[in-house]
Design a protein around this ligand. Structure first.
Ligand code: SF4
Length: 498
């Protein structure tokens, strides 16, 4: 809850909130069902302050105000420092044919610019979660549960990461009321940067928090793998030559065998006669050497010798030096073949330890990434323009920049305005909810004033930025996030990050 805790006595006056379809009747001194609106002395108020971000740039690792860094900018007509009104705390207009709560005019670098600001109610929304680990979290398509309710599913793994798809309209509204409520609460917590325990059917329990390391079955994941087993061979092959006769990189995706691999052949390695289990894809690259799991390289292997199918006495030789290592360097073992060609564990030679350590050094820190995903293609657009399809076209043509709380949004090609935003790039607690259930997310559309007029914008509702700032002395100022493009810059500006 915001600073505006309502303490006035209940006078019996009731106001009706029409900011969402729930249409709460709120008694004096009380808040609505979403905790966002309240009745203060018979007046409906938005509890959280409007948030504006200040333009800053990074210099010597520190954020400095834009004006300090841009001496040639004259600043006229723009509040100082230049600020951007975000949708956070702006309120919602429902039904959407009403103009958005804020339609703000300013001048940016000589261009008259308009930003349409609102808090969108997203019935179609969810989160795409990337978890940097090669551990097996659960089978593809397995249900993901919170408090026993299905809130999403495991989707296709990506390179070094497991992917989860959470929320979506079917969980929010297509199941039981409890399923919808739990799904909405899960999305809200994740999008606001809180930690959530997700339990995967037939798999692990993962603690997910945006921008933090995942915790899998109580163990914090430290490293993202350097690559698959074959890639690891390709990266480090040369550094093993002369120190090992065979290197096997254990990986659930592709296990690499150095002497057979193209890299080993290129370096004139002698065939070493060790055949691993699984299905051979191409020379030195094997699929399915074991079951997926939490052991070596995302397999269920705890004893690496378990993946050796046979050792060919015609090719292998006594004294052969064999390194086995995982794709993160977390697990490694060194063996030498005895007179009967049996692998005997031996202390790791120092030159091989150096390369094992280098594999670990090349692994990036394991993180959870949470992308909010929502569809703004519906009636929300009517708060921007009387002719919504023109807004969609303007966004697709990169005339209108879409941001969420000032953070960049990726807009999918094709119809509608289907967007994704990294929740760590928004100000804190940017998301809310309504009990329909749906998420409430800030969204802003910024475009040249002339273009806004052309697409049928609500020109009579435009307010000057300075006037908005003056009317909202309670607003919260946040420094712009490092790396976020400044929303007033045109979408095609090469300076901006995508
Ligand atoms: S749930 Fe919130 S936004 Fe919706 S009507 Fe009630 S107070 Fe207003």
């Amino acid at each position: 809850m915001s600073e505006a805790v309502i303490t006035e006595p209940n006078t019996g006056d009731i106001v009706r909130c029409d900011a969402c379809p729930v249409l709460c009747r709120i008694r004096c001194g009380k808040v609505g069902a979403c905790d966002r609106y309240a009745n203060r002395d018979g007046e409906l108020i938005r509890l959280d302050p409007l948030v504006v971000t200040e333009h800053a740039i990074e210099r010597d690792g520190e954020l400095v105000p834009f004006l300090d860094a841009a001496a040639d900018w004259d600043g006229k007509l723009v509040a100082e420092p230049p600020v951007f009104v975000t949708g956070i705390g702006s309120g919602t207009t429902y039904p959407d044919y009403k103009p958005a709560p804020f339609i703000v005019a300013t001048e940016w670098q000589g261009v008259d610019t308009v930003t349409v600001v609102t808090e969108g109610i997203f019935s179609y929304c969810g989160a795409k979660v990337k978890i940097d680990t090669d551990r097996h979290l659960g089978p593809e398509q397995a249900a993901i549960r919170v408090d026993g309710e299905p809130v999403g599913h495991v989707t296709t793994a990506e390179y070094g990461s497991q992917m989860l798809s959470l929320g979506g309209v079917r969980h929010l509204t297509g199941g039981s009321k409890r399923e919808g409520t739990v799904t909405c609460a899960t999305l809200l917590a994740l999008c606001n940067g809180e930690a959530v325990d997700l339990t995967i059917d037939g798999g692990s329990t993962v603690t997910v928090q945006a921008g933090k390391a995942p915790v899998v079955d109580g163990e914090r994941e430290e490293r993202m793998r350097v690559g698959c087993g074959s890639a690891t061979i390709g990266i480090f092959a040369k550094q093993w030559i002369g120190h090992a006769d065979e290197v096997i990189v254990v990986d659930d995706h592709i296990t690499g065998v150095l002497s057979e691999h193209q890299a080993g052949r290129f370096l004139d390695m002698r065939p070493a006669g060790i055949r691993v289990r699984g299905r051979k894809s191409t020379p030195g690259r094997y699929f399915q050497v074991a079951e997926p799991g939490s052991g070596w390289g995302g397999t269920d292997v705890t004893d690496p010798l378990a993946i050796i199918d046979r050792i060919d006495s015609r090719t292998a030789w006594p004294g052969e030096r064999v390194l086995m290592v995982s794709t993160t360097g977390e697990d490694s073992a060194y063996f030498e073949l005895d007179g009967d060609l049996r692998p005997v564990p031996m202390p790791m030679p120092a030159p091989l330890q150096v390369v094992v350590d280098r594999i670990a050094e090349n692994c990036e820190p394991a993180l959870c990434t949470v992308l909010f995903m929502g569809g703004a293609g519906g009636s929300l657009r009517a708060g921007v323009t009387e002719n919504p399809v023109r807004l969609t076209r303007s966004v697709q043509d990169m005339i209108t920049r879409v941001t969420c709380g000032g953070a960049p949004a990726y807009v999918w090609p094709g119809g509608g305005i289907t967007l994704m935003a990294d929740v760590t790039r928004l100000p804190a607690n940017a998301f809310g909810y309504v009990p329909t259930p749906a998420l409430v997310a800030p969204i802003e559309f910024t475009l040249p004033r002339a273009a806004y007029e052309q697409l049928g914008g609500h020109m009579a509702s435009i307010r000057d930025l300075n006037a908005v700032l003056a009317q909202h002395p309670e607003l919260r100022r946040e420094p712009g996030r490092p790396g976020n493009p400044w929303p007033y810059d045109p979408p095609g500006d090469p300076k901006r990050r995508p």
